[in-house]
Design a protein around this ligand. Sequence first.
Ligand SMILES: [Mg+2]
Length: 387
Amino acid sequence: MKIERIELHQLVGKIDAPYKSSMAWKTSRGTLAVRVVAEDGTYGWGETGVDAAGFADVAQGVIGMNPENFGSIWQSIVNTRYQGGGYAGIASNVASAVDMALYDLVGKARGLPVYELLGGKIRDKICTYATGLFYTENDVNDPTWRDLLDEAQAHAEAGFTGMKMKIGGLTLDEDVDRVHALRRQVGDNIRIMVDANEAYDPATAITMSRRIADANVTWFEEPTSSRALDDNLLITTKSPVPTAGGESASTRRDVARLLRGRIFDMIQPEIVNVGGISELKLCAAMAEAFNVQFIPHFFNTHISLAAILHVLATISQAPPAHPKEPFVNEPVTEFDQTIHPVRAALTEPFFTQTDGYITIPDAPGLGIEVNEDALDHFRVRDVVIVD
Ligand SMILES: [Mg+2]
């Protein structure tokens, strides 16, 4: 079997009611959907967040390779750009999407779900938490935080046992008040996480952590610039709330630096950045060996969510002690609940949670199909073909 072509579908969906992290209003969301097609017509899907033109340049070298050699294909993409730090950035993004697509393709060719290609699943469902609770246009002028609290109530009623909110987008006092208001709204039995998206300097981050600690916050995500390892280590050392980060890490090399330095208490590689299914599984093993919690990031479509679920189905309980408890020793995945028109239409099945858990798909490959009508509807330029 040979890889015949790669199709790149640049998809964007406009958002009618924008929402904001500490950094920017989101007025649209999208993805680069990547289909790898073998000469017999078998295909698989991956995704990542880079421009199609840059992707095509890097991906050219895999045409004609045997898709079943997904390990060596990963190396061929990343290693050719190793010198000078080129393993980071676009090579890692291309490897992520191609790797995901090859697992999907090979799984379909062999009639096996991806978790079987990874050694078999040791659990049937994965605990998840809701990502949402961004700033709305109302929040900026509403000190009762009605939008925040209504959304939190909806997540709780839907069965989520944890949820993550944004901080860093209003003043320190306002954000502290929002965290405590959220805790009062959801009660004591739901986990709350906060994500600053790198909003603070270390001293302010430590102050924030001290002021929200009594709201029983499970982790404080990206308190400061993620590339500033010393600054994050300082925060991690002084913060009463455990820290989390790593969503922009590229490959095992970035993740190794975070683990070796104990920069964060929890590590959060993102499958569309770090290097796909192969690399996410490797990073889980590295985190286990360093005794650091592994909680992958997710903020794209259900192509990559399916890929994350297959990885998490197969990784060790860490540490391997009883009882099994998500957020303590059992895997957890992020489950973005914000408005994302492309995600809502792109894949079937559309994953949902019950009592805070998502069931691992059992169909061959990733276990999802991509809706061709959605590709046509959200594509913002002609399909880029690499062949
Ligand atoms: Mg984040």
